[in-house]
Design a protein around this ligand. Structure first.
Ligand code: ZN
Length: 247
């Protein structure tokens, strides 16, 4: 248990750096598909396995996150970056909308009450799961996304709680290809969640594209490169996974 919590902290810390100082973890770079790209897509599909939507749901969405104590969660909240804490948004129409969608996704995943929403103002758009229990999302991202796109982005981040072990292993061995495979698995998680919520699962990719555009507009494009798949790879994976979902 302690070991797993320590792992969550390791992953969260590395994501934090991205959240406060660099382009966000979901941003992507458009590029042509390459032979290397195809193999990550294959690996992610292989890890997910085949099956009907129901089978995928049982396997993929099953809560594998660690049960975190109230004390741990309080500590995680207390450790949030000061800059984000100062610009937190806790009321108003945008907060209401994001909270409502966030709760719908949590309910689907049977994680109500286990993760807290943290909406805040920022220059660079982004979303991330903080220490497994706080979903950070910026106002400039949330306000630009349709409900379906927003639900997809939120679900992707919550998917990281399920794939924490895989991500920690990839980071410890500095296997960037493996981190990209985990990202694609979280994309699958998001698309499946959208389908089960009654949204078109294809809206997830639209949300990613919008995020990319916003990130570029904020003057942050290219930089977190290797740890995340580029948009072309994500689009290729989405195409293949959506076919699986439709079958
Ligand atoms: Zn991610």
């Amino acid at each position: 248990m302690l070991k797993r919590i320590a792992r969550i902290i390791i992953v969260s810390l590395s994501l934090t750096i991205i959240a406060v100082g660099q382009p966000n973890p979901l941003s992507t770079n458009e590029a042509r598909p390459t032979a290397k790209a195809a193999s990550e897509v294959e690996l992610a599909l292989e890890a997910l396995g085949a099956g009907t939507t129901d089978e995928l749901k049982r396997r993929l969405l099953k809560d594998r996150s660690v049960a975190l104590s109230a004390e741990y969660r309080a500590q995680a909240s207390a450790a949030l970056p000061e800059k984000a804490v100062k610009s937190r948004i806790t009321r108003g129409p945008l907060h209401q909308r994001v909270e409502a969608i966030f709760q719908r996704v949590l309910q689907l995943l049977e994680r109500s009450g286990k993760v807290e929403l943290f909406l805040y103002q920022a220059d660079v758009p982004g979303a991330m799961l903080w220490r497994g229990c706080v979903l950070l999302i910026t106002d400039n991202l949330a306000s630009e996304l349709y409900d379906s796109e927003l639900a997809g982005i939120i679900a992707h981040e919550l998917g990281h709680a399920n794939l924490m072990d895989e991500m920690v292993r990839a980071r410890q061995t500095q296997d960037q290809r493996a981190t990209r495979v985990v990202e694609l698995q979280c994309d699958a998680f998001a698309m499946l969640a959208l389908k089960l919520l009654g949204y078109g699962p294809g809206f997830y990719l639209k949300g990613l594209r919008k995020l990319e555009t916003l990130t570029v507009a904020a003057g942050r494009a290219q930089s977190y490169q290797q740890t995340h798949p580029d948009l072309a790879m994500r689009a290729e994976f989405a195409k293949r996974f959506l076919k699986l979902l439709a079958a």
